[in-house]
Write a protein that binds this ligand. Structure first.
Ligand SMILES: Cc1ncc(COP(=O)(O)O)c(C=O)c1O
Length: 342
């Protein structure tokens, strides 16, 4: 199929690139002896689940609908974490999950009796906040001051008394998520803080979920260092099943968002190309983070140099403007734009 045959706008996933990432992730899982599961937050294109399942059979969900997706389309119960569960959703969350992580001790106390009443088949965890993250953008930093995500150590009691504090009965796992497009060296630094703050708990639980943000499929990621780090951590805590739940790493550079220029407008000498999609809807993190997308596929006029385009989304949000870089020398009406995350 050629680009012109693909409808616009359209997310296009390239299967061979996806399989390449899956092969790498599966090999890390096997060599490090950990469990790696897919975070739907980054990727919930369920038509691709049969391919993913060939390599990685489990997933993590953050809502009842994602948990249902895991159960029905991935074919396995979810590891579920949500900042807050409600009475209305919790029976469904239980139905579709093998693991449920709570964001606060109050949420655990409120819903754990329902898990016990239903036969205790679900493994419960609590999200911890190690108060350290290398993520600099506050919007994506779960350890920013006043963060609502995870329980800080002082809320459990002291770890520095001669008697270790006890986790509430029923908590079998700990979960932290503090990374975003991070390296294995970032994880190494985080683990120092996790051990310093929660080391006594690590001996009490059965599993430790290290969250997402491990961008192991990026070219410069040191996979060997990650494997060694995880192996050493496992040696130190042989009681622990280690779980990683990346999302972006599965999808990293496996496709593009095809779109088309539908108009070019001008205001006091500033030109904006309006495309047939909405950034806030189709690529929100390019406004939020903000990431700068690259434009791939300069079919004509490719002179090898890079250009910067002012692109506008097809919505009424005034600030829906992106600067994108690419090689199309002459961005004209009906030009094809293939957005890539860089
Ligand atoms: C709790 C949790 N787990 C996993 C992920 C996936 O992260 P990433 O796609 O950066 O790997 C996220 C992303 O926000 C998250 O909040």
């Amino acid at each position: 199929m050629t680009i012109s045959q693909i409808p616009s706008p359209c997310y296009v996933l390239e299967e061979d690139l996806l399989r390449k990432n899956l092969t790498l992730i599966k090999s890390v899982k096997e060599r490090a002896g950990v469990n790696i599961i897919l975070a739907f937050k980054a990727f919930a294109m369920w038509k691709a689940f049969p391919i993913i399942r060939e390599y990685i059979p489990y997933s993590t969900a953050s809502s009842i609908f994602e948990a249902q997706l895991a159960y029905e389309e991935m074919g396995s119960p979810a590891h579920t974490y949500s900042p807050a569960y409600t009475e209305k959703d919790f029976p469904g969350i239980m139905k579709y999950s093998s693991h449920i992580t709570f964001n606060s001790l109050a949420q655990f106390e409120r819903f754990y009796p329902m898990i016990v009443a239903a036969g205790n088949r679900i493994s419960c965890g609590i999200r911890i906040n190690p108060e350290y993250s290398n993520v600099e953008t506050d919007l994506y930093n779960p350890c920013a001051p006043g963060s609502r995500l995870g329980v800080i150590r002082s809320q459990f009691g002291s770890s520095r008394t001669s008697f270790p504090a006890q986790l509430p009965a029923g908590i079998e796992g700990l979960h932290f998520h503090t990374h975003c497009e991070s390296s294995s060296y970032d994880l190494e630094k985080t683990l120092v803080h996790v051990e310093e703050k929660f080391g006594d708990f690590l001996h009490q639980v059965k599993w430790l979920n290290m969250g997402g943000g491990h961008l192991m499929t990026r070219k410069d990621y040191n996979v060997e260092h990650l494997i060694g780090l995880l192996q050493n951590f496992k040696k130190k805590y042989p009681n622990l099943e280690i779980i990683l739940e990346p999302g972006s790493a599965f999808l990293w550079q496996t496709g593009f968002l095809r779109s088309k220029v539908v108009d070019i407008v001008e205001n006091k000498g500033i030109q904006t190309a309006i495309v047939d999609l909405s950034f806030t809807c189709h690529m929100p993190d390019c406004l939020e983070m903000p990431y700068q997308p690259a434009v791939r596929g300069a079919e004509s006029g490719n002179n090898g140099g890079c250009h910067v385009y002012r692109l506008g989304g097809n919505s009424c949000l005034s600030g829906e403007i992106l600067w994108a870089i690419g090689r199309l020398t002459n961005l004209c009406k009906s030009a094809t734009i293939l957005f890539l995350k860089i």
